[in-house]
Design a protein around this ligand. Structure first.
Ligand code: 8YV
Length: 322
């Protein structure tokens, strides 16, 4: 029989991944970073493919431990947990799971925006606590009706969010380094300029060094006191202490956050605020969407080891010419 292919499943995973490799593969598992550090060089030396999730970092030092690694199939659309420069230099293909989660994450972005503006969480608590019988719930200071949204990022998910805002008759503009192809919304090359022109920011840009803390005190000040921020991207994109200060002191009206700088730790100061809605990074976290994401992680690895091109390689590690 042909030699089996050793794969490492790195990070928490569900059965779809394990079940995807019953035949010519041998699976190894590392749940956490500490498990990875304990892998013997003999085992690490055999690993040719990796299924990885974004809750575990895999920087170049970790990647160096796998001299035979050919492909890293990453769960999720964001892959700032992987050193793609190192991967490219070592001929490792990185794949992610785009498209299959786009509409789901866009749904949650809109849900979180409305929940933040119209104070759904507070209102739910109001009913549960039996307060409705004594008095009507106070009118919300925020509304989607009088807003203009500045998208920070206009990729696949950004466009799906913008489409929903179009349907809701909410004006949309965007900031991205370059104008997005095929998009007619006004493009602001400068984030501060855009922040001055809108009152709502929806953050849906890749994480990593190029976007680190791009939403800072200056951007929040430019957004103004009606300002509302929804972050569906990465916690790293926002200067979290600056946002906390802005939310506390009325520089910013409210925020809806699905992602945080140091997950799963959410600063006590943020948890104490009433003008925030906090979600535990659940943008893509439904059974139906996680199933197709898991399947795409499997399918990328299977395609590669069947001698075919991977289905969804990231642009930083092109497969052309291999
Ligand atoms: C994660 C995400 O993959 O797709 C992304 O970039 O952030 C999520 O879907 C998920 O949180 C698993 O860690």
């Amino acid at each position: 029989s042909p030699e089996k292919i050793d794969l490492l499943v790195y990070g928490p995973h569900r059965p779809i991944v394990d079940n995807g490799f019953t035949d010519q593969f041998v699976l190894h598992h590392c749940e956490k970073q500490a498990d990875l550090e304990r892998l013997t060089p003999a085992v690490a030396g055999k690993i040719r493919g990796m299924a990885i999730t974004d809750s575990v970092p895999c920087r170049s030092t970790a990647q160096t431990r796998f001299p035979k690694l050919e492909i890293m199939s990453s769960f999720g659309v964001g892959y700032d947990h992987i050193d793609t420069d190192h991967a490219r230099e070592h001929n490792i293909v990185v794949t992610n799971t785009p498209d299959v989660l786009t509409e789901e994450v866009a749904d949650v972005a809109i849900g979180l925006l409305i929940a933040t503006l119209r104070e759904f969480v507070k209102a739910d608590r109001y009913v549960r606590e039996g307060l409705w019988a004594t008095q009507d719930f106070p009118l919300s200071a925020g509304s989607l009706r009088d807003r203009k949204v500045g998208m920070v990022g206009m990729g696949r998910i950004g466009q799906a969010i913008a489409r929903r805002l179009d349907a809701a008759r909410v004006p949309v503009v965007y900031h991205a380094r370059n104008p997005a192809a095929g998009v007619s919304y006004q493009h602001y090359p400068n984030l501060i300029e855009m922040a001055k022109a809108v009152d709502t920011l929806i953050v849906i840009t890749p994480g990593g060094a190029s976007t680190l803390k791009m939403i800072d005190a200056d951007v929040l000040a430019a957004l103004g006191p009606r300002g509302v921020i929804v972050n569906m991207a990465r916690g790293s994109v926002i200067d979290e202490p600056a946002l906390i200060h802005a939310l506390k002191s009325g520089i910013t009206l409210a925020a809806g956050l699905d992602v945080f700088a140091n997950e799963p730790d959410v600063p006590e100061e943020l948890r104490a605020l009433q003008n925030v809605v906090l979600l535990p990074h659940i943008g893509s976290a439904s059974v139906v969407t996680r199933d197709v994401m898991d399947q795409l992680v499997v399918d990328n690895l299977r395609a590669w080891f069947a001698g075919k091109p991977p289905l969804t390689p990231v642009p930083e590690t092109p497969v052309e010419g291999r």
